[in-house]
Ligand binder design. Structure first.
Ligand SMILES: Cc1cc2nc3c(=O)[nH]c(=O)nc-3n(C[C@H](O)[C@H](O)[C@H](O)COP(=O)(O)OP(=O)(O)OC[C@H]3O[C@@H](n4cnc5c(N)ncnc54)[C@H](O)[C@@H]3O)c2cc1C
Length: 489
């Protein structure tokens, strides 16, 4: 029986462990923290529960596939519901737009509240679906950096369709040409942030993200986002995967292009195959003793997040589960994140309140607020920056919602880029590895395998095809196929 060692128990590490175990490998996961999940994590405080990382669940079938592969019924482990409202958007001029899940209801909302028509919205989403249909197989579901793939007709045909997938203009250029109402442009520009990028720089190909949320659907697990991890962890254990927590991999031993051993805080391990689910920049430090990315390369990283988890002693019926309070100047906000590497004073504030759907997440009459802004990855933000950002967020919430939120805050915890970096070893706390700010972004991602390391494979949000739950699960599938092709268990 071949053995596989997985470094890191992020969602991609767990999915890889399940896939390899179901193919007969003996699998062991080495995790530096005391719990599985990496960026997907939860926090309990004074009767409140918070999902501290992802809040939006799309493509649940990618998770279910893992249970089916193991011959299990997914609904015995994970149940989830489709949201009726994908997001509620608030603007500084006092207007509000509801992005309803039901497409016709959403189109009605657009027709009534904006300068655009229902037909224009539906045509836009159709275009997003077309881009997804042309590019998903090439850019999401298959290894991208293999010559054999690049020469295959399907790849070549997708590459020749570059104009059709809108790769030659930016998301913002496309959206502002398509919609008359700047509020709709802002709604669809925002999807760049789902991959930690700037809509004024990222290719309009990424407009396909709207397809995932509006056509395929937005969901929430019935017990909150962390349930995805506990369900996968349970499945992995049932399949015989072994987990060593509080075990940090410090060094990879290499001989003749093979990883011959892993030096960890708990001793030395050897495996036939090693899969890294850790940020590839952090892995390179362990492989080559490289120092963390230097300042001059910081422009290539995805944005990070500053999140306040507030237990709120009040409830606000005019808020939904996902709420966005938009910046009055989106372009300035992105310029600050990606060019000036600073925190903008009028940031877009995202408020996620899972207790709207999961009543146990807050005591009755209370709400659990996750208030987040996008910020540059960590390279020197100090306590003063965090304090100023908190003040600006609170002012914005009070101004736009006409409330006094501070007096209702009963508990507070903060997630900063440096904490994300420290907890998950993600360079600078970048949420999605490198950003997609350029036409050829997909080509710049780190491959899932390098020929110079025969038995080492890379998965997770910092490598192909990218970050976010669905892409991390796709990454696990890609490398598992590659490993199974190369080794028979
Ligand atoms: C605040 C926030 C909001 C987000 N919102 C969303 C969202 O709404 N939707 C979405 O799809 N995605 C979202 N994401 C992104 C998503 O969480 C990530 O893309 C995904 O979870 C990354 O998974 P991964 O498999 O790459 O591993 P990671 O989650 O990065 O985990 C890597 C694991 O490796 C461990 N590790 C690191 N170094 C070592 C070592 N040397 N030895 C042993 N173990 C090690 C770490 O402790 C960690 O557990 C968000 C992330 C954050 C932080």
């Amino acid at each position: 029986m071949k053995s596989a060692g997985i470094i890191g128990s992020g969602i991609s590490g767990l999915a890889t462990a399940i896939r390899l175990a179901s193919a007969g490998f003996q699998v062991r996961v080495l995790e530096k923290n005391g719990t599985p999940g990496g960026k997907i994590s939860e926090l309990h405080s004074s009767g409140f529960r918070f999902d501290t990382g992802p809040s939006l669940f799309t493509m649940p079938e990618f998770v279910e596939e893992l249970f089916l592969l193991a011959g299990k019924d997914p609904s015995n482990y994970l149940t989830y519901s489709k949201l009726s409202t994908v997001c509620r958007y608030f603007y500084e001029n006092g207007s509000r737009i509801n992005a309803f899940q039901d497409l016709h209801k959403f189109a009605e909302e657009i027709e009534h509240k904006t300068l655009d028509t229902r037909e224009r919205l539906i045509a836009y989403l159709q275009k997003a679906s077309d881009i997804y249909a042309i590019s998903a197989d090439v850019f999401i579901h298959k290894p991208f950096h293999k010559w054999s793939n690049l020469c295959n007709p399907q790849y070549l045909s997708a590459l020749f369709k570059f104009p059709e997938i809108d790769a030659f203009r930016t998301m913002h250029a496309r959206n502002s040409q398509w919609f008359k109402d700047p509020r709709l442009v802002q709604i669809f520009d925002r999807y760049a942030t789902y991959v930690g990028s700037d809509p004024f720089k990222a290719p309009a190909t990424l407009n396909m993200i709207a397809h995932l949320e509006h056509i395929r659907g937005a969901y929430l697990p019935d017990k909150g986002m962390y349930r995805i991890i506990t369900a996968l962890f349970e499945l992995a254990r049932e399949m015989g995967v072994m987990f060593d927590f509080h075990t940090e991999v410090k060094q990879l031993l290499l001989k003749d292009h093979q990883v011959t051993g892993l030096i960890t805080t708990k001793g030395r391990y050897t495996f036939d195959v090693v899969v890294s689910d850790i940020d590839v920049h952090s892995l390179k430090e362990k492989l080559y003793g490289r120092t963390p990315p230097r300042l001059r390369s910081r422009s290539k990283f995805a944005s990070s997040a500053l999140v306040f988890y507030w237990g709120i002693h009040a409830s606000f019926p005019f808020l939904d589960m996902h709420n966005i309070l938009f910046s009055a100047d989106y372009q300035q906000e992105f310029r600050h994140i990606f060019d000036l590497h600073s925190v903008y004073e009028d940031p877009t504030v995202y408020i996620f309140i899972s207790s709207k759907y999961v009543p146990g997440d807050a005591p009755e009459g209370n709400e659990n607020w996750f208030a987040m802004i996008n910020v540059p990855p960590y390279w020197g933000q100090d306590a003063g920056t965090i304090r100023r950002a908190r003040k600006n967020i609170i002012h914005k919430i009070n101004r736009m919602l006409n409330i006094n939120i501070e007096k209702h805050i009963a508990t507070e915890h903060v997630l900063t880029p440096s904490v994300i970096d420290e907890r998950t070893a993600s360079a600078g706390g970048a949420l999605y590895g490198i950003n997609a700010n350029g036409k050829f972004a997909a080509f710049n991602r780190h491959p899932n395998h390098l020929r110079k390391f025969k038995n080492l494979f890379f998965t997770g949000g910092s490598v192909h095809p990218g970050g976010g739950i669905p892409l991390c699960l796709s990454s696990a599938k890609i490398i598992s196929h590659e490993i199974l092709k190369k080794y028979s268990a």
